[in-house]
Design a protein around this ligand. Structure first.
Ligand code: PLP
Length: 342
C-alpha cells in the first residue's frame, strides 16, 4: 500500500514498536474460521491500548500549540483517561481528568492508574456523558483563568486528528497480514466514542479495499446521533490526511447487539469470550470493552454471519479484569474457575 498520498501529520512516538498481527490457531479451529488478532493491547506507554495511537497525534498537536496541560473526561473505567494520564506523565505535561460514575468508590483499575500517573482527578458522580462534557468545559475555563495553557481532549480521545492514526493503523495491519500470506475479510473491534471505527473506515477507503469493519458498541448514547458523530470524525480525519476521500454513512457498520445491560455491565457471551480467548490463546479480554467485541466475533462466526479471515482488533484494557468487581464476576461465572477451592 502506497501511503505517500497521505498527508504526514506530526506524531509523538509513545509506542516505540509496531504491535503484531498474529494468527489465533486454536480459536480458529474452535470456530472453523481463520481468526487473527491485532495486538494493540501490547507494549507502549501506560499499559497500552487503542488510545495511545490517537494520543500520539493529539499530544504532538497540543505541544505544537504550546499547551502544557491536558484536560479530558471519562468514566472511572476509562482507558482513554488512563492513557492520557500516562502519556502526559511520559512527556512532562500536566493532566486533569474529570471522571463520572459513582461505583466503586475505591481506588481500583484505571482509577488507581490515573492517580498513579499523577493526574489531578475530579470525581463528579453519576452524570450523563453530555453533563460530563459540560463540567469538563467548566474545568478548562477555570484552569485557563488561572493561567494554565490547556489542551482539551474530548471523551475517548475522539477527534478527527486522533482518528487519522487508525487510518494508518488499517494500512499497517493490512501489510502485516499480507506479509504472512493472508488477507483479512472482516475486522471486529470494540467501539464507543468512535475514532477507532472512523479511522479504520478511512484507512479502508484510502486502500480501496472492501473489508467489512464491524464496530461493536460497548457504550450507549455517547452522542445524540451516534452514526453522525462517527461520520464527522471520519471526515475530519479525511480532511487532514486524505482530502480526496469522503467517507459516507454506508462505510460505517455498528452493532449494539452485544452491549447487553450497558457500559461496563453484563452481556451475553462475555464470559465465554473471556474463557475462550484465555484458554485457547492465552489472551486476556475484559468485560467492559474487548470481551464484548470478542463475543460478537464468536457469535457471528458460529452463525456464519461473517467471512474469514477475521481480524480481531485487540484494543487493550485487559487489566480491568483485576478490578475486584470484574474479578469476582469472572470467577463466579466461569464453571471451571468457580469450582477451584482457594
Ligand atoms: C479497550 C478499548 N476498546 C475500545 C474502545 C473504543 O474506542 P473508540 O473510542 O475509538 O470507539 C475503548 C475506548 O473507549 C477502549 O478503551
Amino acid at each position: 500500500m502506497d501511503t505517500s498520498r497521505l498527508v504526514d501529520l506530526p506524531r509523538l512516538d509513545l509506542r516505540g514498536f509496531t504491535s503484531p498481527v498474529q494468527l489465533l490457531p486454536r480459536l480458529s479451529e474452535e470456530l472453523g474460521i481463520e481468526v487473527w488478532a491485532k495486538r494493540d493491547d501490547l507494549g507502549s506507554v501506560g499499559l497500552a491500548g487503542n488510545k495511545v495511537r490517537k494520543l500520539e497525534m493529539e499530544l504532538a498537536h497540543a505541544k505544537a500549540l504550546g499547551a502544557t496541560h491536558i484536560v479530558t473526561e471519562g468514566s472511572r473505567l476509562s482507558n482513554a483517561t488512563r492513557a492520557a494520564a500516562a502519556a502526559a506523565a511520559a512527556i512532562g505535561m500536566k493532566c486533569t481528568l474529570v471522571l463520572c460514575h459513582d461505583e466503586p468508590r475505591e481506588p481500583v483499575g484505571n482509577l488507581l492508574l490515573d492517580a498513579l500517573f499523577g493526574a489531578d482527578l475530579r470525581l463528579v458522580g453519576d452524570v450523563s456523558w453530555v453533563e460530563l462534557a459540560h463540567v469538563t468545559d467548566g474545568a478548562v475555563t477555570e484552569l485557563e483563568a488561572a493561567g494554565e495553557r490547556v489542551y482539551r481532549l474530548p471523551i475517548g480521545c475522539a477527534t478527527g486528528r486522533g482518528a487519522t492514526s487508525f487510518a494508518r493503523a488499517y494500512i499497517e495491519a493490512d501489510e502485516q497480514i499480507r506479509a504472512q500470506g493472508s488477507r483479512f475479510q472482516t475486522i471486529v473491534h470494540a467501539s464507543s466514542a468512535g475514532s477507532t471505527h472512523a479511522g479504520l473506515a478511512l484507512g479502508r477507503a484510502v486502500s480501496h479495499a472492501d473489508t467489512r469493519i464491524i464496530g461493536v458498541i460497548v457504550a450507549g448514547e455517547v452522542y445524540d446521533d451516534v452514526p453522525a458523530g462517527y461520520l464527522r470524525l471520519a471526515n475530519e480525519a479525511a480532511a487532514l490526511i486524505a482530502p480526496h476521500i469522503a467517507v459516507t454513512a454506508s462505510d460505517l457498520e455498528l452493532t449494539e447487539a452485544y452491549l447487553g445491560e450497558g457500559y461496563g455491565k453484563p452481556a451475553d457471551g462475555v464470559d465465554e469470550a473471556i474463557d475462550l480467548m484465555a484458554r485457547l490463546e492465552g489472551i486476556v479480554v475484559d468485560p467492559v470493552y474487548t470481551a464484548k467485541a470478542a463475543a460478537a466475533l464468536i457469535d457471528m462466526a458460529r452463525k456464519n454471519a461473517i467471512d474469514g479471515p477475521i481480524l480481531f482488533w485487540h484494543t487493550g484494557g485487559y487489566h480491568a479484569i483485576f478490578d475486584p468487581t470484574y474479578t469476582q464476576q469472572i470467577w463466579s461465572n466461569l464453571p471451571r474457575l468457580r469450582d477451584i477451592r482457594l
